[in-house]
Design a protein around this ligand. Structure first.
Ligand SMILES: Nc1nc2c(c(=O)[nH]1)N[C@H]1C(S)=C(S)[C@@H](COP(=O)(O)OP(=O)(O)OC[C@H]3O[C@@H](n4cnc5c(=O)[nH]c(N)nc54)[C@H](O)[C@@H]3O)O[C@H]1N2
Ligand SMILES: Nc1nc2c(c(=O)[nH]1)N[C@H]1C(S)=C(S)[C@@H](COP(=O)(O)OP(=O)(O)OC[C@H]3O[C@@H](n4cnc5c(=O)[nH]c(N)nc54)[C@H](O)[C@@H]3O)O[C@H]1N2
Ligand code: SF4
Ligand SMILES: [Mo]
Length: 763
């Protein structure tokens, strides 16, 4: 790297990324002092190539707003906060965590979070703090959306797969609205390309006529919560009409007979009625999927947070496998990861939570069970929580119960940039530097045949009073005493000296050091930050941890790393990749494969895809007996609580003035429902659910089916405009949700399918 970005002259553009969704589009920005005044897509970016959506252009509302924290804070008994200095805060947090372990034993502290849409380096450094303080319980937002998918993928593929939509002949979205939510690169551009190409088809399975559905060749408006019936029927047609890819299945798949036998019993006509899609349309779609050269199916919250969620995750993959769409160009492909979000190796042998009895998927406690466990009287319950870069009071089901659970803990710590709903309940609040004030990166990339990684240095100095997470974790690890012996033996000094001599010298010294001091590898990210990180340019220090990730990637996929243009063998190859990551301001290709190698990346023990999942097949067999509806006379509507819209981005931006439209976060409902309720457009509606009551502004919107209404996510945040008292804008969806309304297999909440009662509120 030539010069630190933070030292660039004011008139220069600075390269960074948008942090508002997992696409992390490369952007270039101009600054005026600390304000981000201009934003444009970075055309040279390896993944996004200049693409952005409207949200990136208003990113300054994330960087500069009145919610930013500027001092560590400690909660007093009366619930108010006092500012404390960093030394006091670090010592207090270390003492609070240590005393919980001393009193209750190991494994009583839960670590939650570790990264949002743009920042995973904090989480990478937190592993050091977790180990230093014996935090073994973990959870994060993935355990309220993607654990069902991960469970099924672990059993079927032993790894994650991703649809290569850009190349697919047929793209299918099941409960996903990529026009707004993205989830793959340059989503709107790619959707428009597919829509404009007569040889390619777009299929959207969604009760609402979304912006994506508007572009689709086939929009299948399922009745909410009935996707399992639709996908089972599509699978059944494949079997009934002998449309499966026999030869390919014989070569690559086991358990075909178990699955096709179960599908053979599906009552297609009855299931068509239940999901509200005609049999002829189901047959037409099944034939299209079977005849296409490639199909990419992607699921998202519309099925992950609705009835039969884990089963649906299985059923649509079953359809992809039966039609031979795994590992082919434009199909679903396994891929490399610079650091995997899930560990698939325990699939099928997941441990059970000793307190709640729930399955722990990939080491993650189910989000819906965290509060219940803490509030139980089980002797092994969690007694402390360490929450980083997450806002679970707002984002997890039943906000009130999560608040109570935090208060029931003996020590709670929050690291955040803002005074959030969660920070407001914590004993200690530690202010983080923003994602434009430090090195950051994410581990979301799931590209194939090429996979990308983008490490961005900070473009601004940390806001006064804040620290970047690597520094916070380094201080906590030091306070734990874990590094005392190595420090006294002069090992850290040796590592610093070696790092100053270059990455190869550092590699040799580090390898020897961890042999003598094993604790160095257990808190490895912090050791790297404290040594190698000190030699990196200002704003890049936290990138040292990626050295380890580069080494691991080079060890696991040496050929693919070399094919991506990085040279060397063994540790030298890892170092070449790392240097490219550090220098690559537009991101790098870190692995390059050929499609002929795609199925080599499967992680199942026998290298085959497995369709015989007895638990899922039993659920499929039991579908005819499933309830016809989950609504009742008391709660006759289905509320989707948390829709992605134009100006929503989870709770990353708190300042409501960033929204150009839908400032109030309206409840969308059909004109038929509005008329029946006597509600006008812009009028007010009371929403009552088994979890709570809220009042929202109504928006009559005929993309909604009758009986189905939706609220946006990310609203209902408290924000104080300059000098003003805090105000709450819109409805916080989880004031309306409950903990028990969730998937029976993995515990993911059914937020898209909350039974609700609506009443007009007189003006
Ligand atoms: N603009 C914006 N983009 C985002 C985010 C954001 O907050 N704002 N958040 C990011 C995150 S964290 C995530 S996980 C993704 C989520 O992205 P998506 O899952 O695409 O977003 P949602 O709008 O929550 O839900 C998708 C669709 O599910 C539909 N749906 C509701 N019920 C059902 C049903 O029973 N069956 C089916 N088939 N569909 C149903 C809804 O009508 C909606 O169109 O978005 C990411 N991108
Ligand atoms: N009812 C309902 N609930 C939902 C959903 C829904 O559809 N309906 N969607 C769910 C989904 S899919 C998800 S992913 C979750 C998301 O919910 P969470 O995982 O809680 O994540 P975010 O809302 O993205 O909050 C990220 C936090 O990180 C903070 N932050 C930003 N930058 C930094 C930084 O650099 N360092 C630190 N330490 N903190 C930072 C922000 O201030 C914010 O408090 O919400 C879930 N909740
Ligand atoms: S919100 Fe997502 S798609 Fe839009 S610019 Fe940001 S990263 Fe890209
Ligand atoms: Mo999410």
């Amino acid at each position: 790297m030539t010069e630190p970005i933070i030292n660039k002259p004011p008139e220069d553009w600075r390269k960074t990324a948008c942090v508002l969704c997992s696409s992390n589009c490369g952007i270039e920005v101009k600054l005026d002092e600390r304000a981000i005044t201009r934003v444009r897509g970075n055309k040279a970016h390896v993944t996004s190539a200049g693409y952005t959506c409207e949200k990136a252009l208003r990113i300054d509302h994330y960087q500069n707003n009145h919610s930013r924290l500027t001092s560590p804070m400690r909660r007093l008994d009366d619930g108010t906060y006092v500012e404390v200095d960093w030394d006091t805060a670090i010592a207090g947090v270390a003492e609070g965590l240590r005393s919980v372990t001393e009193r209750y034993g190991d494994d009583r502290i839960l670590y939650y979070g570790g990264g949002g849409q743009g920042n995973h380096l904090g989480g990478a450094h937190s592993t050091a703090t977790q180990r230093a303080f014996g935090m073994k319980r973990r959870s994060n937002a993935l355990a309220q959306e993607k654990t069902g998918e991960a469970y099924v993928e672990g059993l079927m593929f032993g790894t994650h797969t991703h649809g290569q939509i850009e190349e697919a002949q047929v793209a299918v979205f099941v409960g996903k609205n990529p026009w707004h939510s993205h989830g793959f690169d340059a989503a709107r551009r790619v959707l428009k390309e597919i829509a404009a190409d007569p040889d390619r088809q777009l299929i959207v399975i969604d009760p609402r006529r979304t912006e994506t559905a508007d572009l689709a060749d086939y929009w299948l408006p399922v009745r909410p919560g009935t996707d399992a019936f639709l996908l089972a029927a599509i699978g059944a047609v494949l079997v009934d009409e002998r449309l499966t890819s026999e030869k390919w299945l014989t070569d690559h798949v086991v358990g075909v007979e178990a699955a096709t036998t179960a599908l053979g019993k599906v009552p297609i006509v009855d299931f068509a009625k239940r999901c509200g899609i005609t049999e002829s349309q189901i047959r037409e779609v099944a034939r299209l999927l079977a005849s296409a050269t490639s199909v990419s199916m992607l699921e998202d919250l519309g099925i992950e947070m609705a009835p039969h969620s884990t089963l649906v995750s299985y059923l649509h993959r079953l359809v992809s496998v039966l039609t031979g769409n795994i590992g082919n160009p434009g199909g679903l492909t396994p891929h490399t990861s610079i650091a995997g979000l899930f560990n698939y190796s325990a699939a099928g042998n997941e441990p059970v939570d000793p307190v709640t009895g729930g399955r722990i998927i990939s080491g993650l406690v189910s989000c819906n069970e965290i509060a219940e466990g803490i509030l139980s009287d089980h002797p092994e319950r969690t007694r402390a929580m360490f929450i980083e870069s997450a806002n679970p009071v707002h984002s997890l089901a039943d906000s009130d119960t999560f608040r109570r659970a935090m208060r029931a803990c003996e020590c709670t710590v929050v690291i955040d940039v803002a005074m959030t709903e969660t920070a407001e309940q914590a004993n200690w609040v530690l202010p983080a530097a923003s994602q434009y004030e430090k090195a950051e990166a994410t581990f979301f990339a799931s590209g194939f045949p090429d996979n990308h990684f983008h490490m961005r240095p900070g473009i601004l100095e940390p806001l006064e009073g804040t620290l970047a997470e690597p520094e916070i974790h380094a201080r906590l690890v030091r306070a734990s005493g874990t590094l005392d012996a190595a420090e006294e033996a002069g090992v850290l000094d040796d590592l610093r000296a070696a790092a100053a001599g270059g990455i190869d010298a550092f590699t040799t010294t580090f390898t020897t050091a961890v042999q003598h001091h094993q604790e160095l590898s257990s808190v490895g990210a912090v050791v790297l930050y404290e040594t190698l990180g000190r030699t990196l340019p200002a704003g890049s220090e936290g990138a040292a941890a990626t050295w380890f990730l580069a080494q691991m990637t080079a060890m696991q996929h040496p050929e693919a790393v070399r094919a991506a243009g990085h040279e060397g063998d063994g540790p030298a190859l890892g170092n070449a990749l790392w240097q490219a990551i550090i220098d690559g301001e537009d991101g790098v290709v870190f692995t390059r494969h050929d499609y002929s190698e795609a199925l080599d990346l499967l992680g199942t023990p026998d290298g085959h895809i497995n369709l015989d999942l007895p638990e899922m097949l039993a659920l499929l067999g039991a579908l005819p007996e499933a309830p016809e509806r989950y609504t009742s006379n008391d709660y006759p509507y289905v509320l989707s609580a948390g829709e992605r819209r134009s100006f929503t981005a989870n709770t990353i931006i708190r300042d409501p003035s960033w929204r150009k439209k839908d400032a109030q976060g309206a409840l969308r409902l059909s004109s038929a429902d509005a008329e029946a309720l006597g509600v006008d457009d812009g009028g007010r509606v009371r929403i009552t659910t088994p979890g709570g009551v809220a009042v929202a502004v109504a928006e009559i919107n005929n993309t909604m089916q009758e009986g189905h209404v939706s609220l946006p996510n990310g609203h209902g945040l408290a924000y104080s405009p300059a000098g003003g008292d805090p105000e709450i804008y819109g409805v916080a969806p989880n004031e309306l949700t409950t903990l028990d309304w969730c998937d029976p297999i993995v515990g993911t909440p059914w937020h898209k399918h909350v039974p609700a009662r609506l009443e007009a509120v007189s003006p």
